[in-house]
Design a protein around this ligand. Structure first.
Ligand code: S3P
Length: 170
């Protein structure tokens, strides 16, 4: 069975659904953001503040490459992982990649009141999210082997559907 990567916008449910998918498949869930923050001992916001988005992207890329050393993995990727061409190449070659899609409206609803996401920590988070959404949608679709619509779905039910699809693909 191939390594699995979950991609999707902030708030698409990667960190909620990912561990459930891993459990259903008897695999280990790894959160790419957590790999970077644990390695540095700093939060995402602290890394963005100290090194800018470019610094974050370099660390994220290295962590993604390191993840290819492991086999039995369900990897939850940060929402911006698809912005790097090299990352999209790694996803294509090394992972079965599932895009958890959601409308901007459901994302906004799920992200309400959440903190720690520097790209949305701006004057008008809704406008920022809609702008990122427009830019990234084609990248998620390009990187995905499988697209799963998450709107109005319950995490455990979604994780069962994903596990079934992954078994069929492998
Ligand atoms: C980002 C998403 C975040 C985190 C960082 C940048 C993005 O991860 O990697 O704040 O560019 O969309 P989540 O998608 O897990 O929130």
């Amino acid at each position: 069975m191939r390594r699995i990567a979950l991609i999707g916008f902030m708030g698409s449910g990667k960190s909620t659904v990912g561990p459930l998918v891993a459990e259903a498949l008897g695999r280990t869930f790894v959160d790419l953001d957590a790999v970077v923050t644990e390695e540095t001992g700093r939060t995402v916001a602290e890394i963005f503040a100290a090194e800018g988005e470019d610094g974050w992207r370099r660390r994220e890329h290295r962590a993604l490459l390191d993840a290819t050393e492991r086999k039995d993995l369900v990897l939850g990727c940060g929402g911006g992982v698809v912005t790097g061409l090299e990352n999209r190449d790694v996803l294509r070659k090394e992972f079965l990649t599932l895009y958890l899609s959601a409308t901007p409206e459901s994302l906004l609803e799920r992200l309400r009141g959440s903190k720690g996401r520097p790209l949305l920590d701006v004057g008008d988070p809704e406008a920022a999210l809609r702008e990122l959404y427009e830019k990234r949608l084609p990248l998620y679709e390009e990187a995905a082997d499988i697209i799963i619509n998450t709107d109005g779905r319950e995490p455990r039910e979604l994780s069962r559907e994903i596990a079934e699809k992954v078994k069929r693909e492998s």
